[in-house]
Design a protein around this ligand. Structure first.
Ligand code: ADP
Ligand code: MG
Length: 618
């Protein structure tokens, strides 16, 4: 009995790339096959605990690797869950692996030269074996007693075959007929080296050429006592776990008995980037119950905003006989989630206090996730607020916390001032900050898109109120005596009421009101909200979500001491120039709010103004 099957188009494409690439580190094929063998053994363990009947209960669980230099073959065997015929078609005929699919996408965009450098960053799965083999045979026997053995064969062309086979023992043999360039993988020392490097923590024993001694270390590192484990061991474990090239930024090892028993080994990567390429193709923690893998990517163990955390949770308290669907909503998962979440947040708080430099690195990579948490998880706000860092008006590029900000306030200032905008530089130059600069009050600058969403939830820090500097009911302390004296000496526009009326006639319904303000210094005008309009955060948040939302009517505030306003108020009679200037002042104020006026109109107007200026000059 022989059945011929064609590979799916995308599988073909992947095979072509793998076979023809000049990738030099072919080693990863072994990592992939060992990881499949290990998955097959974990899945068997799971079945053993939830099913009564399975084939050969006494067969030891292990992975064996044998090289045969006479026949040029390398065989990777496991006594795991196995596959029957249709599972072979299903699993080995298509790309099940989303890592492989992500690789294909990246490969289609990459130039030939880059290709080899990206292969190693992806878990390309089973097919990576075609980098070293001209033909692969897979002979397998399922754990289900009634399924007979089956064989899958392919030379990496566009077809594979399914054949009848003989196999006594449960599990899978993957037989690689090595190509001419890959004879090195017959050498025992090479194989040992690769296993040590990539597969040391595989949780099942690996034996080489039927030797007695197990090659991998195999310890469930997370089940050891934290004081017995060295930093390098954590780092190595992390790299094998994620395929990240770099050490993690930080790790935590938990061993807890109450309120629920758990071991956990959790890592914060050094950058937010690499997990896209890593073998951890999805987010969520790896969940074990008594060393048995329950689920590879368990999202329920942490709130979504902590999805950058990588690692393993293992608990004795999870019943193994519940279905995967029902355990997700179980009370135990909720308890695990509570414990793990608060430990992660505590860890970050400790890092921020004890290792400020490291924390700054963390913040630069993952701060955005913490802000997301502020916006989406009100129940965690109190624990997260101290983790927030920002730049302020007076502290340059230094990152500041709310604690630091408030520690420098005058005794009677019970307000934290902040401004939200599109970018830090525009914020630093915002007309709204002129009054603060004059009073030397510090203001927090928020320019991330997530910031308005965060500030909607954050109304207080300790007993300080959060005050947006653009709010209409701002009450600022008096300015110092000398300053207020110099200020009162400044001339103000004389016929200011006429000027205000004039602005209103030109701008009509675009502004709700035009009035003077003493809060501006260098700018001629600014826009502020009317009482009762949605808060600036909410307006900003809406603008991000739905770009064309109408901005609610605003009040235009004029600085009567500004030379432009003074001179403007001296023009009498009909003046086209004055109309242009009023329009331009208004649009400049819009821009300062991060609202874009119609650019073509503005450019035309500026050209008219330039012409007028030139006519005056000549
Ligand atoms: P992934 O391991 O990410 O699913 P692979 O390409 O490595 O992707 O493997 C494809 C599928 O083939 C696996 O999901 C599994 O179902 C099956 N498979 C591969 N190797 C084995 C094995 N040794 N035992 C049982 N099934 C296997
Ligand atoms: Mg795999």
């Amino acid at each position: 009995m022989t059945q011929n099957h064609k590979f799916k188009a995308e599988t073909r494409q992947l095979l072509d790339i793998l076979i023809h690439s000049l990738y030099t580190e072919k080693d990863i094929f072994l990592r992939e096959l060992i990881s499949n063998a290990s998955d097959a053994l974990s899945r068997l363990n799971y079945e053993i605990l939830t099913n009564n009947e399975y084939y050969q209960p006494d067969l030891p669980v292990k992975i064996s690797i044998r090289s045969d230099s006479e026949n040029n073959t390398l065989t990777i065997s496991d006594t795991g869950i196995g596959m029957n015929q249709s599972e072979m078609v299903e699993n080995l005929g298509t790309i099940a692996h989303s890592g492989a699919r992500a690789f294909l996408e990246a490969a289609s965009e990459a130039k030939d030269a880059d290709l080899s450098s990206i292969i190693g960053q992806f878990g390309v799965g089973f097919y990576s074996a075609f980098m070293v083999a001209e033909k692969i045979e897979v002979i397998s026997r399922s754990f289900r007693p009634d399924d007979g053995p089956a064989k899958w064969v392919s030379d990496g062309g566009d077809k594979y075959q399914i054949l009848a086979a003989d196999k006594e023992n449960r599990g899978t043999d993957v037989i690689l007929h090595l190509n001419d360039d890959s004879k090195e993988f017959l050498e025992e020392y090479r194989l040992r080296q690769i296993i040590k490097r990539h597969s040391d923590y595989i949780p099942f024993p690996i034996y080489l050429n039927d030797g007695e001694e197990q090659v991998n270390r195999q310890t469930a590192l997370w089940r050891q006592q934290p004081h017995q484990v060295k930093a390098e061991e954590y780092n190595e474990f992390y790299k094998q776990f994620t395929y990240d090239f770099n050490d993690p930024l930080s790790y935590m090892h938990l061993s807890i008995d109450a309120p629920i028993q758990l071991f956990a080994l959790l890592f914060i990567p050094s950058t937010a980037e690499p997990h896209i390429f890593s073998d951890r193709k999805d987010y969520g923690l790896k969940l074990y119950a008594r060393k048995v893998l329950i689920q590879e990517f368990t999202r329920e163990l942490l709130p979504e905003f902590l999805r950058f955390v990588q690692g393993i949770v293992d608990s004795e308290d999870i019943p193994l006989n519940v279905s995967r669907e029902s355990f997700q909503s179980s009370k135990i998962i909720a308890q695990l989630r509570n414990v793990v979440t608060s430990k992660v947040i505590d860890h970050l708080n400790t890092m921020s206090n004890k290792e400020p430099e490291k924390y700054e690195k963390f913040w630069k990579e993952f701060g955005i996730f913490i802000k997301e948490g502020m916006a989406t998880s009100p129940e965690h706000i109190s624990q997260l607020t101290n983790l927030i860092r920002f730049q302020t008006l007076n502290k340059g590029i230094k990152l500041v916390s709310f604690k630091e900000y408030t520690s420098e306030l005058e005794q009677d200032q019970k307000k934290i001032y902040y401004i939200i905008g599109e970018d830090l530089l525009s914020l630093r130059n915002s007309p709204h900050l002129e009054a603060f600069k004059e009073r030397e009050l510090d203001v927090i600058l928020f320019a991330d898109p997530v910031d308005p969403f965060m500030m909607i939830n954050l109304k207080k820090f300790e007993n300080y109120d959060m005050i947006n500097v653009t709010s209409s009911d701002l009450e600022l302390p008096e300015i110092s005596k000398e300053k207020s004296e110099t200020k009162s000496e400044q001339p103000a526009a004389e016929n200011i009421n006429e000027t205000l009326a004039f602005f209103k006639t030109i701008l009509e319904s675009r502004v709700k009101e035009v009035r003077t303000t003493e809060q501006l210094v260098n700018s001629p005008a600014r826009l502020v909200d009317t009482k009762g309009s949605p808060s600036p955060e909410i307006q900003k948040a809406y603008r991000y979500l739905q770009k064309d939302m109408d901005t609610p009517e605003k009040i235009l505030e004029i600085n009567p001491h500004h030379p432009i306003i003074i001179q403007l108020s001296q023009i009498s009679g009909v003046s086209q120039l004055r109309d242009l200037i009023v329009e331009q002042i208004y649009e400049n104020a819009l821009i300062a709010e991060g609202i874009q006026p119609e650019m073509y109109k503005m450019v035309n107007r500026i050209n008219d103004l330039l012409l007028a200026a030139l006519q005056k000059a000549s």
